[in-house]
Design a protein around this ligand. Structure first.
Ligand code: SF4
Ligand code: SF4
Length: 124
């Protein structure tokens, strides 16, 4: 069941664990800790940089980052908003196996054409 939240700001304790894992482990800079100057701060996601790997959701102990798959879509709900990502369909079995943004990232890293990822791991 998809949680119909627009954001999880109330759950976030500003511990910054997600910021660290995204930068140091995944090698992306998709999450920032932003101070507003009046003593307030917030966690801000840049969904254009996110590859929807799920590492931040795994490390967050406060359930403030939720990732769920529903059909051809991966839904991500964070303290700074909700975003839906398209999943790639396996050309053989039809299973929606990974976010297109993640596949693009892997193809660039490995210097492979996108067509190398047409099949899911089980069908390769
Ligand atoms: S989203 Fe989770 S891991 Fe990130 S700062 Fe908030 S509580 Fe910490
Ligand atoms: S899901 Fe996105 S924001 Fe979270 S660790 Fe992965 S790349 Fe970073």
């Amino acid at each position: 069941m998809i949680e119909m939240l627009n954001n999880t700001k109330d759950r976030c304790t500003l511990c910054k664990k997600c910021v660290g894992v995204c930068r140091k482990t995944v090698g992306r800079e998709a999450i920032s800790y932003v101070e507003s100057g009046n003593g307030n701060a917030s966690i801000v996601f840049d969904f254009d940089k996110c590859i929807v790997c799920g590492s931040c959701a795994y490390i967050c102990g406060d359930n403030a980052i939720i990732i769920e798959d529903a059909g051809d879509t991966r839904i991500m709900i964070t303290p700074s908003g909700r975003k839906e990502f398209k999943l790639k369909k396996c050309a053989k079995c039809g299973y929606y196996w990974a976010p297109e943004q993640q596949i693009k990232f892997m193809a660039e890293k490995a210097n492979l054409p996108l067509s190398s990822f047409d099949l899911c791991p089980d069908c390769r």
